[in-house]
Design a protein around this ligand. Structure first.
Ligand SMILES: NC(=O)c1ccc[n+]([C@@H]2O[C@H](COP(=O)([O-])OP(=O)(O)OC[C@H]3O[C@@H](n4cnc5c(N)ncnc54)[C@H](OP(=O)(O)O)[C@@H]3O)[C@@H](O)[C@H]2O)c1
Length: 280
């Protein structure tokens, strides 16, 4: 039987690549995006790979309860089961913690945490009825380590990790597999087109104004980031594994960061992070 996956945030980055990767592996893919006008890039990539007919494009903003309910209803009414839900949609909200407003912090949580949680809850009834299904959360190394300047993003990813870890236990006995993918830094639109910089980060009166340029140069810098295709392949392996493990770290930087945290004395680890983020 052809397997079906639903992917959120399919218009760019990991979401787009995961759609094409799964389609190439024979999956039928429900490629969801908040603005269907932005589907051209995915269409072109899928056409070039010869898999366009395996994709279906559907509108979905993960912050819209109405759209989530509508898409869950649409998929449930179909005869074919849903084998995998990939909660990928997300954005980054750079800003020092003391500068970020409540509204900005909540906005980050609305998409990166509540959006993924609501999507999952919307599809669990169908997966329970089926007696199978994979739920994959695209988290981040920032769901394990809190780096300076990205506290809002780390907070939402830490929340997502905790929620997902609990969910995994709760779904274990009903046959639903729950897993987390934790990429390091990869070349996507996340820090460019999709970054929603905190208003006060660029405010010359912010107490952090003097640190921003050095922080930005170190964190964003000119260093080329890694090829995001490896993340798409990791997600594909996870949804195809009968019983995937909980956490899947992707990228040398993410693996190094976690290893250093485990091995180094905390004081030394923090000094390294401060130096690498221009906060020393
Ligand atoms: N790239 C990295 O270095 C990195 C590292 C770790 C984790 N991640 C995570 O990977 C995931 C994908 O990000 P990416 O790196 O591929 O960035 P990206 O290229 O900016 O893609 C993000 C996708 O999410 C969509 N999106 C944002 N808000 C949405 C909403 N409310 N509803 C539906 N879709 C929404 C965007 O849609 P539009 O096209 O309409 O903007 C876009 O398709 C995110 O969860 C991110 O936190 C990325």
């Amino acid at each position: 039987m052809t397997k079906t996956a639903l992917i959120t945030g399919a218009s760019s980055g990991f979401g787009l690549l995961t759609c094409v990767t799964l389609a190439r592996r024979g999956w039928r893919v429900l490629a969801t995006m908040r603005d269907l006008n932005r589907r051209t890039k995915l269409e072109d990539a899928a056409r070039a790979a010869g898999v366009l007919e395996r994709l279906e494009f559907l509108p979905l903003d993960v912050t819209s309860a109405e759209q989530i309910a509508a898409i869950a209803d649409l998929v449930a009414k179909r005869e074919s089961p849903l084998h995998a839900l990939v909660n990928n949609a997300g954005f980054a909200a750079p800003g020092f913690a003391e500068d970020v407003t409540d509204a900005e912090l909540r906005e980050q949580f609305e998409t990166n945490f509540f959006g993924a949680a609501a999507m999952t809850r919307a599809f669990l009834p169908q997966m329970r009825r089926q007696g199978f299904g994979h739920v994959v959360m695209v988290s981040s190394i920032s769901g394990r380590l809190g780096f300076p300047g990205v506290g809002s993003y780390a907070a939402a990813k830490f929340a997502l990790e905790g929620w997902t870890e609990s969910l995994r236990y709760e779904m274990k006995t009903v046959g639903i597999q729950v897993a987390i993918v934790e990429p390091g830094a990869f070349e996507t639109d996340i820090w460019t087109r999709n970054a929603k910089v905190a208003g006060k980060l660029l405010d010359p009166n912010s107490p952090n104004a003097g640190r921003v340029e050095k922080w930005r140069a170190r964190v964003q810098g000119d260093r080329p980031k890694a090829d995001p295709q490896v993340v798409a392949e990791c997600i594909a392996r996870v949804v195809e594994a009968p019983r995937p493990k909980l956490r899947h770290v992707v990228g040398t930087d993410a693996k190094m960061g976690l290893a250093m945290q485990a091995l180094l004395p905390r004081g030394l680890f923090e000094k390294l992070i401060l130096k690498n983020t221009g906060m020393d």
